[in-house]
Write a protein that binds this ligand. Sequence first.
Ligand code: PAF
Length: 281
Amino acid sequence: MKVIRSVSKMQRLSRDLTAKGKKIGLVPTMGYLHEGHLSLIRRAKKAADVVIVTIFVNPTQFGPGEDLAKYPRDEKGDIAKIKATGGDYVFSPRAKDVYPEDFCTYVTTEELTKTLEGVSRPTHFRGVTTIVAKLFNITRPDVAVFGMKDYQQAVVLKRMTRDLGYPVKIIIAPTVREPDGLAMSSRNRYFDDRARWEAVCLYYALRSAKEMVKAGQTSVVRINKEMVAVIMATCPTARIDYIAFTDFKTLKPVRRIVRGTVCSLAVEVHGVRLIDNMKLA
Ligand code: PAF
């Protein structure tokens, strides 16, 4: 496995791989890899001949006051994990090469980014679409794998890929959870023992929503009420940012649960903002 830091070297390499007829799979990450990321690498390996994993803590997707400076990093550990999982190349560029000093060109996907995460984090998706477009240009993938954990991100990137005509197949891989149900996230490391235990409140709320739907409940208002109760019972200090019921593809809100409804939520647990989601029907 090779580690590449230079943008031009990565561009040359991906051109050569394509010329040799190799199908390239891309797994973009911000590092500090956990089992969730490794599952994306495994998925990419099934779909491609060569897997490139990128490690880049992308500054443009963090808003003012967000955790860019303290975002966890462990490049050495990440490289070892990628190697053990069968990644072929790690692309870990320097920020100044990705964003030269006078950088001023961004990719924005409209509409889909004004809801859910986009309300609290208005510049977040512009940063995500810009970096992913740049990574597509540099690595020229045939397929790219993203996690369902960041469901809105996956929908936005699918739309960006289609709208800009990138010849890239987007695969959305399932969320990987801890044994108690907490979705894996690099941010889980911020928790002490008690907070970590209470962080499972998002999953408990989603699970209760799913059970209500299975029992025939279709009212978004009733399910929402029950989810709030479950969250507050599990983590009394939780601050709920949103609980939303939307169509899987369009992200448009639904009033009753129908086929393709996804419930997503963002909750601050002991100062750490977590997101999670589940397809309800
Ligand atoms: O999901 C992430 O880790 C990031 O948003 C991504 C897609 C790597 C872009 O920086």
